[in-house]
Design a protein around this ligand. Sequence first.
Ligand code: PLP
Length: 238
Amino acid sequence: MNDAEQIRANIASVRERMAAACERSGRDPDSVRLLLATKTVEPDRVRVAIEAGEKLVAENRVQEVKPKFEALRDLEYERHFIGHLQSNKINALVPYVSCIQTLDRISLARKLQAKLEREGESREVLIQVNTSGEETKAGLEPGELEGFVREVSAMDALEIRGLMTIGLNAPDPEDARESLGRLRRLADEIRQLNIEGVEMGELSMGMTGDLEVAVEEGSTIVRVGSAIFGGRPLPQEG
Ligand SMILES: *Cc1c(COP(=O)(O)O)cnc(C)c1O
């Protein structure tokens, strides 16, 4: 198999894993989207995946966003951001994405709101929660979530659509179930508060190693990189 064929075969097998997990948990396969996590992946290889029918792509590193957008601008697909966002990179990111999945602090929310407001624009956001308690993980503590959501809900350029998390990093994906399930329960709790302008429809969780468990726990967006594009050069964090 050449590289393009391999990418297409990998997509098919990830989609089979998603379908099997939906089946097992009685979920409609259309209720979970596949997001391609394309950090460090060359634009031509991302193109193969989009031309195979994939519609949702995300980067981790702001510096990769514009070059890939330029290289793939003839294609129609949705672009999200899933990396740690530094405030000084907001201007370089915002024009190229429809959704920032990693909103994790109020100072960042205020700066995004200010920029978008000036330009008469808005963006969808997911709020990143640290559900595993690992100190190295980004995201709000679960206990901070309600207050954060209330504060951001007043920022009219930021449309809260749901939550995002990275599950517990463990060799056995079953060990991530507790943290992934926690994200769903947190979204349910927030939904019951009926805060104006706040939607909790999206749960972005599940990666190459734990996507089945994530789907079983209610994920609506699984973010997959290495199962489709192969291993990445280390370090992986963007
Ligand atoms: C890299 C990355 C992924 C995909 O990870 P894989 O294990 O390669 O599927 C998902 N989410 C985030 C935030 C990432 O940085």
